[in-house]
Design a protein around this ligand. Sequence first.
Ligand SMILES: [Zn+2]
Length: 348
Amino acid sequence: MQSRFYVLLALCALSLFPVSGIASGGRPSPRDPDAGIHASERGIPLRTFARTYGFQRMNETERTYEMRGQVFTLRGETGGRRVWLNDVMIWLNQPVLVRQGHWSFSEVDLEKTLRPILQPTRFLGGAGHQVVVLDPGHGGKDAGAVSAAGLTEKAVCLDISLRVRRHLSAAGYTVYLTRHQDQYLSLEERPRRAAAWNADVFVSIHANASTNISASGIETFVLAIPGEVSTNHSTQAQPSQLAHPGNAFDEANMALGFALQRSMLAATGAEDRGVRRARFSVLRDSPAPAALVEVGFLSNPAEAAKLAAAAHRERLAQSIAQGIDLYLREVRRAALLAADSPQRSFQP
Ligand SMILES: [Zn+2]
């Protein structure tokens, strides 16, 4: 995508104010008496959440909480919007606030962020699992970001997409690319093509750029929830109430986004910029569960040099293919569970 200077502002702000006041949109520190950390809406207290979802240990300090289960470790900031599930950062829709006397997740984060990751099969029954549409960002007259050495985002994205296709085709999936060459394609045309091919999953592939050349790392975007803010910048934008076609897949979007971000981080050891939410046009109009990955910063000389190396692009491609495959395996597992036991209820 284009310049992400606002993300840098967020990072600078976080390093200056480690208490989550800035991350939670300028809300005061949780340590301030009478601070604006009490939300009127209902939520689920952290301890109730831990008990309900099979986390055995719950440590809570003034600023942080941590809980451990058999499969997942979850930690986060009280008063803040960041959680780490198995060390992968996810931006919540709303900060963890005191709701009805207890530090709590908001209901929207329980339903749209946490449960889709902890219990993906609960939400993926009936979803398709065969047709993958990959969308290499930019193309033709639109080069996207360009590194100091002249490496273009459009070329990096196409090369990685072709490699992802190779891996997924070998695994037996039907794979389409919105573009196969250096060709301009409007933002509207991309999801339109995915719809024509009956996509089961849509993944747009991009590289990042920032005016701050030290910005680095990998991030994955899924569509913002109606009525909630996007989390691709530090300030609280006005939440949009509008529901888009892509919001039909809110839970699947998050399961897919988490699988992609986790897989890319594990393969590259890159800095984790988190799973975030935005209202990018390709996500809004997607006819299937969708995510947009940002594989690194072309504006950062060290990351640009990595992206110029075929071995690194291959590593990224393998990990993106693996993330998509992990998500589609969960879809198949959901179908099997549904066929096996229609009345099955969740066992933590
Ligand atoms: Zn881009």
